[in-house]
Design a protein around this ligand. Sequence first.
Ligand SMILES: NC(=O)c1ccc[n+]([C@@H]2O[C@H](COP(=O)([O-])OP(=O)(O)OC[C@H]3O[C@@H](n4cnc5c(N)ncnc54)[C@H](OP(=O)(O)O)[C@@H]3O)[C@@H](O)[C@H]2O)c1
Length: 248
Amino acid sequence: MSKGIEGKVVVITGASSGLGEAAARHLCAQGASVVLGARRADRLQALAKELTAQGGKALALATDVTDYEQVKRLVDTAVRTFGRIDVMLNNAGLMPHSPLERLKIDDWNRTIDVGLKGVLYGIAAALPHMQRQKSGHIINVSSVAGHKVRPGGVVYAATKTAVRVLSEGLRMEVKPYNIRTTIISPGAVATELVDSITEPDIRQGVREMTAEMALPAETFARMVAFAIGQPEQVDVNEILFRPTRQEL
Ligand SMILES: NC(=O)c1ccc[n+]([C@@H]2O[C@H](COP(=O)([O-])OP(=O)(O)OC[C@H]3O[C@@H](n4cnc5c(N)ncnc54)[C@H](OP(=O)(O)O)[C@@H]3O)[C@@H](O)[C@H]2O)c1
């Protein structure tokens, strides 16, 4: 159990694998109640069952973040079940890298729909509750790609840059409501994210580039816990971390 985390109600999108799953496990172990959203209901249910069997409080709800009504239902269910929402972790994402000249328009649309509009929908769903509570914490997951654009990852970088911009704007706008905002920008972490690359040659290249240095997903979970666990008057606005070996 951890002071500053114990008893908090944390809604996590993209909780069926990778960073979201690791955050759910870590925060639940620290005494948070976790509400898990993603599309793969079977994986979410299995995780919630496992966490509950260990004595934690966890709830799973199939959620597609490209649909505002589904995100609202996830957050409203958290509030109805646990009485409040303390943290909204907008984490769901995909990274279908390819050079623009390949014109992978469907990939571009999905990247924007999940990585940008999905984050906005998470904010929209959580904000009214947090305003009413006069407390809350919105954590948005960006990336090193939100700080640096590279050939082949342009649309992804554009959404991750946009996430940082809207998080900073949100930070200023929610001052009257005592709401904290954090951007977390990971470098290479070992998850299923590379599988979302639809071009086989690019997928293979990224896999080879990151395989040796990628950090375990628990690294991200510790960053989330650090931000949440600070005293209420401390607002950790941005965390950027990389494997020590990662140059870019
Ligand atoms: N791993 C890294 O190196 C790294 C680095 C920087 C930033 N990030 C960011 O970290 C976040 C998490 O990614 P990850 O690395 O943990 O990858 P991951 O293992 O592939 O997890 C992505 C999560 O997003 C969910 N998701 C995708 N589309 C969704 C949708 N339409 N609605 C709801 N959930 C959706 C997936 O669940 P379902 O498929 O079940 O819906 C899954 O739970 C992403 O925003 C990613 O851009 C990752």
